[in-house]
Design a protein around this ligand. Structure first.
Ligand code: NAD
Length: 535
């Protein structure tokens, strides 16, 4: 890894009006596993383009050192009683709430998002920490199941941590996606190496600080920084389970590497999520919910809505309520709650959004509002955009835009809506709005998506940390949250004890029966077990 060409010397360069105090950056940077000559990376805030921080880089070799350190610390952690692990998680819960203003600033400065969207990350970490702290004993306790011969075969299932988990996190939810999955893996008894996106590594470093303050043993969580194909790929090739959140294309590469090494991978990838408004839904309520579902985090949210599907019975009323609400959204770069929608996070994201919109317009789409770049607010701001008449061959119809753009489409009935919603290669999240909850439930189970929210956009599922969350089709493999989330970083061991082989019963003598007699005895036993109604 070569040093970044755009590095600024903060001691001598007057351009350096740093958005984050360089001394604080240097302190946090001590959590990065790096080596001499690895270089530094200069990040700029998407809100203003001001220099933000210079973060040390790791080399692919540093990944090996990070994994080795974690492996050492993890051996002790795996033996720490579950209550001890839970205590750390509960302290994380309290600390993240107490120190939220610090991290909200950091998240906003690094990602450009509005403060309310940054707050979602704080709340999520608190939810995950509480859930696994309180649930870890139930999730991981050894479990007994019926054995081969009831009463004689005692079977217990144990769960062991896989060892070292690699968390590869993207830039869109830097606290949630780096720390949330780390907490889950820690609760299971693992150690973790995290690779954040370079744009948002300060938030991850802040999170490691928090973990140490909460009493996590030194060495158990390490951070490596660097590019995806170099440092990220090396991490994937070095750990015992990978938790990856990001694009479908990279997810496939990660899955291939994990598959070659026969280690597990949890992949949460892109979506092209749909929101259906049924004809009995209250237009105002559905419109309010849809605004949040489409434009939270400036649309850079894996579960956010990019397609609105409207029953023709409600379409006009919905649009009359929705479009003015979208137009009224306030864009802003303040580190406070004054803005509804923040900036896009990178020039690449802005370009992608503009390309998708221009392509749709060139193919005949109509702008209902937005479709305007707003450099007057900040270099990467883009107005919340609603398009109609987007043809199926437009890129926007099939590919994830990951920005503040939604298309609307009318359908005749529920079956028509389901055909549109399911006609996507993605299957992450969906939303259904109806006054008839039973109808909502019936529709939900016919939707090909890992999560479906009835009368909510995405928070109902995401915030329900006891339930699994993830995608089908091109949207991923495996689940975070709930039992599946914590079990994915463990391996099961079945211990079966055959009773009565020694001592008075002498069942051990059965092993010596000639094969023909033994099969007769066993066939009889199978018949009895069925007759007794055993499973
Ligand atoms: P990406 O998949 O390239 O990067 C995500 C993370 O993976 C980053 O930390 C990156 O450094 C790392 N990475 C990249 N290549 C890797 C490799 N070969 N091995 C291991 N790690 C690697 O995503 P991106 O370029 O940041 O964003 C592109 C698109 O991905 C977005 O426009 C959006 O569609 C999608 N995305 C989805 C989510 C989500 O929450 N599901 C998050 C971010 C991006």
């Amino acid at each position: 890894m070569t040093p970044d060409a755009d590095v600024i010397d903060p001691e001598v360069d007057p351009r350096a009006t740093w958005a984050v105090d360089p001394q604080e950056v240097r302190r946090l940077a001590e959590h990065v596993v790096t080596s001499p000559g690895a270089g530094v990376h200069l990040t700029r805030s998407p809100l203003t383009d001001a220099p933000l921080a210079q973060v040390p880089l790791s080399t692919p070799e540093d990944v090996g050192s990070a994994v080795a350190r974690v492996r050492l610390a993890q051996r002790l952690w795996a033996r720490t009683p579950l209550r001890g692990r839970a205590r750390v998680l509960l302290r994380v819960h309290d600390l993240v709430l107490d120190r939220q203003s610090e991290v909200l600033d950091l998240i906003q400065l690094e990602s450009g998002k509005a403060r309310a969207s940054a707050y979602e990350e704080v709340a999520d970490v608190a939810l995950v920490a509480r859930h696994y702290a309180r649930g870890v004993e139930r999730y991981l306790a050894p479990r007994r199941v019926r054995g081969l011969v009831p009463g004689l075969t005692g079977v217990t299932i144990h769960r062991h941590p896989v060892g070292v988990v690699g968390v590869v996190a993207p830039w869109n939810y830097p606290l949630t996606l780096a720390l949330g999955d780390t907490l889950t893996a820690l609760a299971a008894g693992n150690g973790v190496v995290v690779k954040p996106d370079l744009q948002t590594s300060l938030t991850t470093l802040w999170a490691v600080d928090l973990l140490l303050e909460a009493g996590l043993p030194e060495g158990l969580v390490q951070v490596v920084t660097g590019d995806g194909p170099g440092v990220g790929a090396r991490l994937v090739d070095s750990v015992d389970h990978v938790v990856f959140t990001g694009s479908t294309a990279t997810g496939r590469t990660v899955a291939e590497s994990a598959g070659r090494r026969l280690v597990g991978a949890t992949l949460e990838l892109g979506g092209k999520n749909a929101l259906y408004v049924a004809d009995d839904a209250a237009p105002d309520i559905a419109a309010e919910g849809a605004v949040r579902a489409c434009f939270a985090n400036t649309g850079q949210l894996c579960v956010s809505v990019e397609r609105i599907v409207l029953h023709e019975g409600v379409a006009d009323a919905f649009l009359a309520a929705f479009v003015p609400r979208v137009r009224a959204l306030r864009l802003g770069a303040g580190l406070d709650y004054s803005a509804d929608v923040g900036s896009l996070t990178s020039a690449a994201q802005l370009e992608r959004v503009q390309d998708h919109v221009e392509d749709a317009l060139a193919r005949g789409a109509t702008v209902l509002t937005g479709a305007v770049h707003r450099p007057d607010v900040g270099p990467l701001f883009y107005e919340p955009t609603v398009l109609s008449d987007v043809p199926p061959d437009a890129v926007l119809s099939t590919e994830e835009t990951f920005g503040p753009v939604v298309s609307v489409q009318r359908v005749r009935d529920d079956d028509d809506a389901l055909a549109v919603i399911n006609g996507s290669d993605h299957g992450l999240n969906a939303s259904v709005w109806t006054a008839d909850v039973a109808r909502g439930r019936r529709l939900a189970v016919r939707i090909e998506a890992g999560t479906v929210n009835v009368n909510d956009g995405y928070t109902a599922v995401w915030g329900s940390t006891a339930a699994p969350m993830g995608g089908v089709k091109d949207s991923g493999l495996g689940r975070r949250h709930g039992a599946e989330g914590i079990w994915s970083t463990t391996w099961t061991q079945t211990v079966a004890v055959q009773r009565g082989t020694h001592g008075g019963w002498g069942l051990g003598r059965l092993y010596a029966l000639p094969a023909e007699r033994w099969t007769r005895v066993f066939t009889g036993a199978l018949r009895v077990m069925k007759a007794l109604g055993l499973r």
